[in-house]
Design a protein around this ligand. Structure first.
Ligand code: DOR
Ligand code: ZN
Length: 424
């Protein structure tokens, strides 16, 4: 660790410092240090000609399933999948078993994460057991290390409870992350409500189930002055609401996931349970609006909603299958496709996948300045591969992208200068 590591000739893309140019990065003792003019003979040198060197990617929305569902994923396997996908940090949702609604569970997660292949930032529950009835104890969880609050997976139905949550959260300087879903509209639905759901004979979930909830969160953020982050935006209406709230100065940020800008509800055809998630895949016009919102800044971040499930939960009738797909190992190539299509720039990709998540969560990262911790991702934008079951590092394989030919890959991931993934 104390040897000098030198990344030579890479294209450094570092929007936090307004940099996009060929540059060498010197790493010593886990940090980026000033480059010298002569390479010392004991240094380890990697020639990265043609590769991009970017601040370590941060996924602000993953499910690591530990404690309680270790057969789907553990903190160890999930962070290894993260490193393989180019991530140096993940924020993990509290819908484990038991729910992370108290300092003991928060501390347990952090203990299990020490020495893992990525930093793990726990998110605490908004309500006790995410049952939506009583607020959890935010101060204790914050002291133990949570970075935000969410009842992800179990939307908060009671608006008064959400109002109190926002007030209490802002007094602890904690961000509220909303899984925006109006349960009375989505109940019993298992895919997007559209001509496809009619054709398949499946009960649909209308876009309004999301946008009604997004509107409520924006109104409550405005009322309380709290910061709110809208998770996994899937509809065009949500995009319009968020854009207009930002215009009024509401403290709102938002993310979407690669599947929402890559797929539509057509992917459900054939009762494909690996295309089932909450919120569901939507129509082409929603996909287009989400893509434009990534470009114009209405959407701040890309997060995977990595949701591992075993074959037992997925190889069943569509309406009984579990919601969610894994995403850590496909997020970067699917986002690089937006760069190749000319929709976003390389530096916007780094903002969406590293800088913005760091800023939204208030954690370190997203920068390659001298003195920063050396959390670094090296990307080969040309590398093509077929995403296969054999290569999946995650403990679960529930992905709709298996068999896809993808382009662009993390070929080296460094966590405080330590190599957590290497296929150079
Ligand atoms: O599809 C989803 N899966 N959406 C959620 O909000 C929860 C997640 C899970 O935990 O499986
Ligand atoms: Zn969610």
């Amino acid at each position: 660790m104390n040897t000098l590591l030198i990344l030579l000739n890479g294209r450094m893309i570092d929007p936090a410092n307004s940099l996009d140019r060929q540059a060498d990065v010197w790493i010593h003792d886990g940090r980026i240090v000033q480059s010298g003019s002569v390479i010392p003979s004991e240094a380890k040198v990697l020639d990265l000609m043609g590769k991009w060197v970017v601040p370590g990617l941060i996924d602000m929305h993953v499910h690591l399933r530990e404690p309680g569902e270790e057969y789907k994923e553990t903190i160890e396997t999930g962070t290894r999948a993260a490193a393989a996908g180019g991530f140096t940090a993940v924020a993990c949702m509290p819908n484990t078993d038991p729910v992370n609604d108290n300092a003991t569970i928060t501390r347990y997660v952090l203990e299990r994460a020490s020495g893992a292949s990525a930093r793990v930032y726990p998110i605490g529950a908004i309500s006790q057991g995410s049952q939506g009835l009583e607020l959890a104890e935010y101060g204790e969880m914050k002291k133990a290390g949570i970075v935000a609050l969410s009842d992800d997976g179990r939307p908060v139905a009671d608006s008064q409870l959400m109002r109190r949550a926002m007030e209490y959260a802002s007094s602890h300087q904690l961000l509220v992350i909303s899984h925006s879903e109006e349960g009375s509209l989505s109940r019993n639905g298992c895919m997007n409500e559209s001509v496809v759901s009619t054709r398949l004979g499946l009960k649909g979930i209308p876009n309004a189930a999301e946008s009604i909830a997004v509107f409520r969160e924006l109104a409550l953020a405005e009322l309380t002055g709290a910061s709110v982050h809208i998770a996994h935006v899937s509809t065009g209406e949500s995009v319009d609401l968020i854009r207009s709230a930002k215009g009024r100065g509401v403290r709102v940020t938002a993310e979407t996931s690669p599947h929402y800008f890559t797929l539509t509800d057509e992917a459900v055809e054939g009762y494909e349970t690996n295309a089932k998630m909450s919120p569901p895949l939507r129509r082409e016009q929603d996909r287009q609006k989400i893509r434009m919102a990534l470009r114009d800044g209405t959407l701040d971040a890309i997060a995977t909603d990595h949701a591992p499930h075993s074959i037992l939960q997925k190889n069943v009738e569509f309406d009984h299958a579990a919601n969610g797909i894994i995403g850590l190992e496909t997020s970067l190539p699917l986002t690089l496709a937006l760069v190749r299509e000319g929709l976003i720039s390389e530096s916007r990709l780094v903002e969406l996948m590293s800088l913005a998540p760091a800023r939204i969560l208030g954690v370190a990262g997203g920068s390659l300045a001298v003195g920063d911790v050396a959390d670094i991702t090296v990307i080969d934008p040309e590398k093509t591969f077929v995403y296969s079951r054999e290569m999946i590092v995650s403990r679960s394989q529930n992905s709709p992208f298996i068999g896809w030919q993808l382009q662009g890959k993390a070929v080296l991931t460094l966590l405080a200068g330590r190599i957590t993934h290497n296929e150079l």
